[in-house]
Design a protein around this ligand. Structure first.
Ligand code: ADP
Length: 568
């Protein structure tokens, strides 16, 4: 032994925690097990916040949304093979949505894994992760922990943000080295999100397109919300006078009741605009790929602000690409905006007219007192309660629940709406809600279709365990899309889309000590939601919705393949 020496040793466990702390990464979302249990214990002992989940996918989703809210990578920690794979779904989703996160997974013995000799939870995790994230790294030596974390952090947040996989073999955690040397190997990443200034000629080109436009439109995506350039974006919109549309997670970047919001005339402006400036929004399926009926007859000129150069021309030709970070790009445009003529009174009047008509029609639908309660009746209440509580985080998923909520419930502050996102998926509900509540400390309301809720429902225990201010509202219409399908064979099995009738989701949360509400009318929903938000404690409102309400796949009916054979 070296007992004559005075060398203090440290180990991999401590250095991983030191690397996180050095970079102000103070929260870990995870699930313990071999080989990371002691690592998670140590993290808590060292003052980090550890939020333990019941399934890794939701821990990963929580980390991803924390990353979106803070511009710092959200941290998710899992065990090997199956735990890693559960987390990988969230890592892939984060990458697709451009949210920065790092999935850290413990892994088994490299020598055994690589010879496929059958280790406990054997899996080549590094290579499995690669196709589904922005970058994947493994740290093999304790000396490299500092640099390994620096690489992971920089990869997650610089340029287009995304998911990074970091593989920590079990043996790494147990490795030791002299503490004084180790200290020097850990550092804080300098300028992890460097500004990227757009070229002057690209700025001039974009301004020229705006100058030549008769019917301009600005489209704000969740990249614009992520960029935290709220003031610059608001200035650009207000100084230019150009009408704008927010994509769903950009709602609230400017308050949805802003006079220049064209949301209530969405179809009209998409079809009629002659120049469209995309700010952190991709021309993917959510925007009908920038072509077809949605975009009207006449060709459009697109300006695209994005940090990712090869996003340009992904679907249609972009007349003026503006590559850089959104804050810098918008600041540069602002310098020249006074030379851009205001949009014509005709264009504004046409939009206002359309907005007024659509708003009146929607008000009529919302005012109807349907019995049993339908989506509109329930969402009118959610809309009113959110208006009174604009700081509330709103998580939203489902088919009809998502489509109607997005359209009906206004947001008033940036980065408060978290939803199914780029993939249009179900399963983000409790993970995003926990991530949002933990990150902000603010009340969070998750508006969930009953089907969507099922993917993450067990995390109600997590919500209760950490006593989080989360109110989950389950729109319960007894099934996927609807609860009315029947098995055409007359057999005992229910139809593929149908659940247990009148399931008491409110009783689930009671099992963990939370408050459950069972409501069947808008008035009851309003009372329950108001009380639950004010209490700031775990609650679940089982909102019974007409089981005949709801359309197949919500607004995505056209994405279902249909058979050419005649239906019987
Ligand atoms: P939405 O779904 O709301 O339309 P998308 O996720 O499709 O939004 O698009 C977001 C875009 O924003 C991505 O192309 C991404 O590269 C870009 N982006 C993200 N952060 C920034 C930033 N800070 N500056 C510039 N572009 C960004």
């Amino acid at each position: 032994t070296t007992d004559n020496q005075n060398t203090q040793l440290t180990d991999g466990f401590h250095l991983v925690i030191d690397a996180l702390k050095a970079n102000d990464l103070d929260t870990i979302f995870g699930l313990v097990g071999i080989p990371i249990t002691d690592l998670c214990r140590l993290a808590q002992a060292e003052g980090l916040r550890f939020i333990g989940f019941r399934h890794e996918q939701h821990a990963g989703n929580a980390a991803a949304i924390a990353g979106y809210m803070t511009q710092k990578p959200g941290i998710c920690m899992t065990v090997s093979a199956p735990g890693f794979l559960n987390g990988l779904t969230a890592l892939a989703n984060a990458t697709v949505n451009c949210f920065p996160m790092i999935l850290i997974s413990g892994s088994s013995e490299r020598e055994i894994v690589d010879l496929q000799q059958g280790d406990y939870e054997e899996m080549d995790q590094l290579n499995a992760a690669k196709p589904y994230c922005k970058a994947a790294y493994r740290i093999n030596h304790i000396e490299d922990i500092g640099i390994g974390f620096a690489r992971a952090i920089r990869a997650a947040v610089s340029g287009r943000p995304g998911g990074v996989y970091l593989d920590l073999p079990a043996q790494l955690l147990a490795q030791t080295m002299p503490a004084d040397e180790a200290k020097k190997s850990i550092f804080k990443v300098i300028d992890p999100v460097p500004r990227q200034i757009p070229a002057a000629d690209a700025v001039a080109r974009a301004l020229d397109v705006l100058k030549g436009a008769k019917r301009p439109l600005i489209l704000l995506g969740k990249g614009a919300a992520y960029a935290q350039a709220d003031k610059e974006i608001r200035d650009l919109i207000e100084k230019s006078g150009i009408p704008y549309l927010p994509m769903s997670m950009a709602k609230g970047l400017l308050p949805d009741n802003h006079p220049q919001s064209a949301s209530a005339a969405r179809s009209f402006v998409l079809a009629e605009a002659d120049a469209v400036m995309l700010v952190g929004a991709r021309l993917n399926w959510l925007l009908a790929h920038g072509k077809g009926k949605t975009w009207g007859k006449d060709p459009k000129k697109f300006i695209q602000i994005d940090i990712q150069a090869n996003e340009v021309d992904s679907n249609v030709q972009i007349a003026a690409p503006l590559i850089g970070d959104i804050g810098s790009c918008v600041s540069e445009l602002l310098k020249g905006i006074s030379a851009v003529p205001k949009p014509s009174a005709e264009w504004i009047a046409a939009i206002t007219d359309k907005k007024d008509k659509n708003t009146a029609k929607m008000a009529e639908t919302l005012a109807k007192e349907a019995n049993p309660m339908n989506f509109h009746g329930a969402l009118r209440v959610i809309r009113d309660v959110i208006k009174k509580n604009p700081d509330v985080n709103l998580v939203n998923e489902g088919a009809n629940t998502l489509d109607y909520c997005r359209a009906i419930v206004d947001m008033y502050k940036p980065r408060k709406r978290f939803d199914s996102g780029t993939w249009g998926i179900m399963g983000i509900g409790m993970g995003y809600a926990i991530g949002a509540a933990v990150t902000s400390g603010l009340p969070t309301v998750a508006v969930e279709g009953d089907s969507a809720f099922g993917f993450s429902g067990m995390e109600l225990e997590t919500v209760c365990r950490y006593n989080l201010p989360i109110t989950t509202v389950v729109f319960n219409n007894n099934g996927v899309y609807r609860g009315t399908d029947v098995n055409p064979t007359g057999g005992a099995d229910v139809a593929p889309t149908v659940f247990v009738k009148d399931a008491r989701y409110d009783k689930m949360i009671e099992a963990f000590g939370g408050v459950g509400y069972y409501v069947t009318t808008p008035a009851e929903l309003e009372a329950a939601l108001t009380e639950a938000i004010a209490a700031g404690k775990p609650a679940l409102i089982n909102a019974v919705i007409d089981e005949t309400a709801g359309t197949e796949s919500g607004r995505l009916t056209n994405l279902n393949p249909s058979t050419a054979a005649a239906k019987k």
